[in-house]
Design a protein around this ligand. Structure first.
Ligand code: ADP
Ligand code: MG
Length: 399
């Protein structure tokens, strides 16, 4: 047999769960009945976490060092399949929602990974876009590039904001942003260095999490948003230099709160309506829609070598593992429909409570490199993505 196991996960063969509804994300939402309904609060739809894999091209170092070797992965975007080489003869095959090879443009990546989420957020849902992968595989390239020198290079953060600005009316609506770093279980405000220990507050009744200490900046144009990202990046760099660490060790979290006033008639009436509606002609008061978009550039997923570390380095190694491994544990628990999901084990999982197993529309991009020398890390990244594909959220507009 040319190909080894299909859908192997750890040791056992697995059912290709994703085949069941691999195209569900786009087609299910936004459902037109939700747009028409005035009682959207009690309408919820299932929405599986959607997972794309992005492969970065070989870099200069790999061009030389790996010159005599094949890439460790082969992407088959039209089949939505990825082959991970096991050895010279065998490979394992995995299915994903989207495969983005080294030629995929930033525009395409935005359209596939983030645009459906941004559209939902504009309708009042919560949404999450997250990048997971080994350091150097393109998480920040995918999410955070500003595109100063070349606008086609801009990443998901800037493109999301452009899309939102184009679709809201700043007379009645608002877009406000917070930008944070989570490092060693401490949340730092990237927009105000004095706020270096922000706490998470959970609403007793709704269970919603918020960060009341974080700076919130209202955005009215793209340029001020790009400046805000630049300030945040500089602050991230400064904080990391002070702490003598690298940004690859921390998680960067951008939150965009969207408040929209949707006119009652717009909300009730849809051109595709299959029932004759007279509501479009009657006055309905405006409805406030509040959506939240969270974009997370996670710390590098590579295993931190604890053996050689001492003191601060060891603490850091443990702490990095704490947040990311807590995320992995939550995703495993949700993928297996386990009764207990250990959300409270880390700040990252508390912050992302709504993103996995919650009401958010969630899109994950896992980034990988081609080098056969990093096959083991690439494999573990792919398995993380496979498990995330099994997580079902219940999308719901909160009012
Ligand atoms: P990470 O944030 O995962 O550590 P980066 O986004 O910083 O990785 O990317 C590492 C390097 O690879 C950077 O120099 C970046 O410009 C380059 N790179 C990443 N993805 C791509 C891509 N798809 N195409 C071209 N270069 C890329
Ligand atoms: Mg990075």
């Amino acid at each position: 047999m040319a190909s080894g196991g299909i859908y192997r996960n750890g040791g056992g063969l697995q059912k290709p769960q994703n085949l069941r509804n691999s195209s569900s994300f786009k087609s299910k939402l936004p459902p037109s009945n939700l747009r028409r309904s005035t009682t959207t609060t009690d309408t919820a739809v299932s929405g599986r976490v959607r997972v794309a894999v992005r492969l970065r091209p070989r870099n200069d170092e790999e061009m030389v060092a790996d010159a005599d070797f094949a890439d460790c992965v082969e992407l088959q975007p039209e089949l939505k399949r990825l082959k991970l080489r096991r050895n010279n003869w065998d490979s394992d095959t995995y299915e994903f929602d989207e495969l983005l090879n080294e030629f995929a443009s930033q525009k395409r990546v935005y359209e596939v990974v983030a645009k459906p989420v941004v559209e939902s957020v504009l309708e009042g849902y919560n949404g999450t876009v997250m990048a997971y992968g080994q350091t150097g595989t393109g998480k920040t390239y995918t999410l955070g590039r500003l595109g100063d020198e070349d606008t086609s290079a801009r990443g998901i953060m800037v493109r999301s904001m452009e899309d939102m600005l184009a679709n809201v009316s700043l007379q009645t609506d608002s877009l406000s942003v917070s930008y944070l770093q989570l490092y060693m279980e401490t949340i730092q405000d990237l927009l105000n260095p004095a706020n270096d220990n922000i706490s998470i507050v959970e609403d007793q009744k709704s269970g919603d999490v918020s960060l009341p200490g974080a700076t919130v900046v209202e955005i009215r144009d793209k340029q001020s948003f790009v400046e805000l990202l630049r300030v945040g990046e500089a602050q991230r760099f400064a904080a990391n230099t002070k702490l003598n660490t690298e940004s690859s060790r921390s998680h960067a979290i951008l939150m965009v709160q969207v408040k929209r006033s949707v006119s009652g008639s717009e909300n009730d009436y849809s051109a595709e309506s299959d029932t004759p509606s007279s509501r479009g002609n009657t006055y309905s008061p405006p409805i406030l829609r509040k959506g939240k978009l969270v974009i997370v550039d996670l710390a590098g997923s590579e295993r931190v070598n604890k053996s050689g570390s001492e003191g601060h380095m060891l603490e850091e190694a443990k702490s990095i593992n704490l947040s990311l491994s807590a995320l992995g544990k939550c995703i495993n628990a949700l993928a297996e429909n386990s009764a207990h999901v250990p959300v409270r084990d880390s700040k990252l999982t508390r912050l992302l409570k709504d993103s996995f197993g919650g009401t958010s529309r969630t899109s994950l991009v896992v980034t990988i490199g081609p080098s056969p020398r990093h096959r083991a890390e690439t494999s573990s990244t792919i398995l993380f993505g496979q498990r995330a594909m099994k997580v079902e959220n219940m999308l719901r507009i909160k009012e």
